[in-house]
Design a binder for this molecule. Sequence first.
Ligand SMILES: Nc1ncnc2c1ncn2[C@@H]1O[C@H](COP(=O)(O)OP(=O)(O)O)[C@@H](O)[C@H]1O
Ligand SMILES: [Mg+2]
Length: 305
Amino acid sequence: MRNAIETCDLRKVYRRRREPDLLALEGLDLQVREGDIFGFIGPNGAGKSTMIKILVGLVRSTSGQARLFGEPCGTPAARRHLGYLPETAVYHEFMAVGELLEVHARLAGVLPGERKVRCQEALEVVRLEDRSRTRLRELSKGMRQRFGIAQALIGRPPLLILDEPTSGLDPLAQLDVKDIILRLKAQGITIFFSSHQLTDVELICDQIGILHRGRMLRCGNLRELLEDSAGIEIRFRGGPAEIPGHEVLEQESDRVVRVSREESDTLVDRLRGAGAHLVGLQVARRTLEQAFFEITRDAGEVEER
Ligand SMILES: Nc1ncnc2c1ncn2[C@@H]1O[C@H](COP(=O)(O)OP(=O)(O)O)[C@@H](O)[C@H]1O
Ligand SMILES: [Mg+2]
């Protein structure tokens, strides 16, 4: 299977006037397979939008390579494969939904005779087909975001790049966006999106990348990410009620302590040596949120938020 997105040792340094240079991306290697949903997560300021803007050709990388379906990012050939929803989109508020979408169809190079059908098709995907005559300024936030996705879809691209598509939406509107993403995947479209909704990312993504201070701390499928950071839960009776450096939880008549895989052997030996009776040993399950906190905490605090 082809890679929809491929980057190699991608770096971005922002040169600033009165302040020192800012290293926004540091040696990013990434592969997104065709047909996958890729979730890009990371604290504010991690470099997600910078990465996305390089992929869509709005920002030039300082060094390294980035390709969409084999074509260098920023070239017309790469752009033809791509639909993009920016983090904050500004629209012509006085225009009607159908009217503005036709402008986007023209910009995307859709032939005149085909524009009406394409607009109808895109509006159906985002369930705005009965809003064609509504002015942009009258749309709710959720509808605006769905309009943004319709706009990105108008050229029937095989790849969609969405920068925080659910940010600022209420839970129901978030669900709408998530449903749309899943339906597009079912049509074979590759979707790369950034998000702070970790539960959604956990549910719908095939691959997840965790970016922190311009570095990809982890990248893989959910199982890999969670296993990687999962510890071992040791359940015992008797023995010590306190273990230096660890939190011991009392659960009914058991005591439970979570440790890393590296520490588990030694700790079990120590507990048994101290008279504890081992009751259970299992891989401690993590949610993506817990793993995210741990992974980013280990990598150090972020100064700016
Ligand atoms: N045009 C720019 N000029 C200078 N610094 C920028 C510019 N755009 C972003 N940055 C800085 O680059 C870092 C990454 O920003 P960004 O890519 O927007 O992160 P994210 O989308 O993950 O929040 C931040 O420290 C931000 O302040
Ligand atoms: Mg951003």
